[in-house]
Every structure is written in structure tokens, then in C-alpha cells.
Design a protein around this ligand. Sequence first.
Ligand code: CUA
Length: 345
Amino acid sequence: MNEIVGLLAQTEVVPAPPYQPGSYFFPVQASTFAKDSDWLYYFIFWVCVVFFAGIVAAMIYFVIKYRRRPGVEPEPSSSHNTPLEIAWSVLPSLLLILMFKWGAEGYFDEQVPFDGAEVVRVKAQQFSWLFEYENGDFSNILHLTQNQRYEFRMESADVLHSFFVPAFRQKQDIVPGRYTTTWLQPTEAGTFRLYCAEYCGDNHSNMKTNVVVHPTEADRLAATAWLWDKLSKDPAGRIANGQRLFSIKCAGCHSTKGQRMTGPNLDGKYGTTEKLEGNRERLVDDNYIIDSLREPQKDIVLSFGPPNQKMQVFQGELNDQQIDWIIEYIKSIGPESAKTEPAPQ
Ligand code: CUA
């Protein structure tokens, strides 16, 4: 039963974990990249502080010393001073070369494949994340193990997104029509925030989830163990499966709490009659749900037509059994149970 309660928590935006402060500007350093990234940032920051203070102090000193006074003739300025000019060209150049060297090294570190990394497939879509692991499990919270190496193979179902975990100091764009890849080795156990860092539509700000870094692989497997088989044996389990699929595939656009999102809310709908675009009506039943997954353009709910119609085709993405589970879930939040659910926010 705890498993089902755990699934319930995933139907809305995943709550943020408490912020874990690291240094003044940054959260805790939770990956192998974090130290170098922070070091370079602070190096550049302090170079800027030292030069800013020195330049402003010299400027103020000269402004006062050489201000215009009655009866004092200006001193003639020297045309040039070779040692001084060489010094103020070469020394800052050395600093710039250092910054470039460390910046390039950090960039290459993040781009060069890790040996023996586990591949995690990341699928981004408006407005949710899906993570698929090598053992076939998948989840919408990213589960990793401390000190293990991972390769993320990322793809987008629609527009540009960006995978960003501040605690890992790792950010990588996800580009429609091609794979992008990045590598990670978490060094701290805990829960961290994962953001979409590329504006991708009206719900971009809700496209966020968590990364859970488990201390051991056994903890991670327990957290990601796919519940299909275990749960599909009884009706509540099938609903839970449907709910989990719904949270991964549908909840980015369809509320179950009465709110209008990118698509219509789906609570309290099963068994009712929906007004459609084109002055038609249709009973919300199993066939309507299947049609909507296979041919989203066919019977669009009134006021959700073009240019707002955005639903993708799920034909081939979900098998028949998965569609059945989703239908059972939508049934379970039909008008009857809607009465006992909390009021729409
Ligand atoms: Cu996806 Cu912003």
C-alpha cells in the first residue's frame, strides 16, 4: 500500500527538496564536476574584485591628486612608458590564458564519455521528464547511486528543453530530432532539484522534478522497482499503474484537480458528455480515451482546438495493457470519486 501512496505523490509537480547550501553562491557540491566548476567561478570572481578595487582606487586617487586648481598649471603627461605598458598587457593576458585553460578543461571533462557508465535515457516533453534505466524500469524522478557513473542519452518529443541540476553543476540542452549526451558521477547522497532550463512553453516553470542519489545500488533498485506485475494482479494495483503512467505521460498537460492546463482536466469526466469543437458532443468512455491517444485531432474538446491543440499521438508509445490501465485510472477519478476529492484549487 505504501507503494501506491508513493505513486500518488507523483501526479503533480514533485515538491522541492530543502535547499542544501554549499558555498555563498552555490548549493552543495554533489558531483565530480562541482569542485572544478566552483573553483573557476571563484577564481574569475576574485580576479574581478581585485581589479575592480584597484582600478577604482587608482581612479579616485588620480582624480583628487590632479584636480584642477586655480593658479596651478597641469603637468605635461609622458607620451609612453614601455615597462608599464608591457606589464599591464602581459599580466592580465596570463590571467586570461589561465581562465581559458581551466574553462576548456572543465568543458572537456563534461563532454568526454565515462568508461563503464550506465546509460539512462532521458525523454523530455512539454512539460514532464521520463527517465528509462538499463533494466527496463522507468520513472519521472531520476534515481541514481552515489559514486556510480552515468551516461544520459537525451531526446525531446517536441521542442528545446534543457537538463539542469544545479547541485551537479551540469546543464545540457535537449534538442528535438537528435540525441544529446552528457555524463555524471554523483558524489553525495540526497535529493536534489532538476530543472528544465530552456523556455519551452506556458508550463516551462513547472517542468521540474527531483534527482534522488541513493547511497547503495540496492536502495536505488528498491526505489525504482517497477510495480507493473506486482500491482496488476488486483484492481487497485491496475489503477495505481494507470496513475503512474498518467503522471509520466499525461499529467504535464492534464490536471486531475479540476484545473484547466494545456489540455482539459480529466477528473470527474468519465461517463459524462463532453462538448467538442465543431458543435458536436461525445460520451467520455473507453473508446473516446483510446481515440484521443491514437488520433488526438479527431474529437477535440471545445476551446482546446487550434491553435491550442498540442497533444501528441501516443499510438505506439503505449501498449494495449497500458492504455487499459490509464482508462481504469481515469474511471477511478470519474464523477463519483470526484465528490470525495479535495475541491479544485
Ligand atoms: Cu522544458 Cu522548459
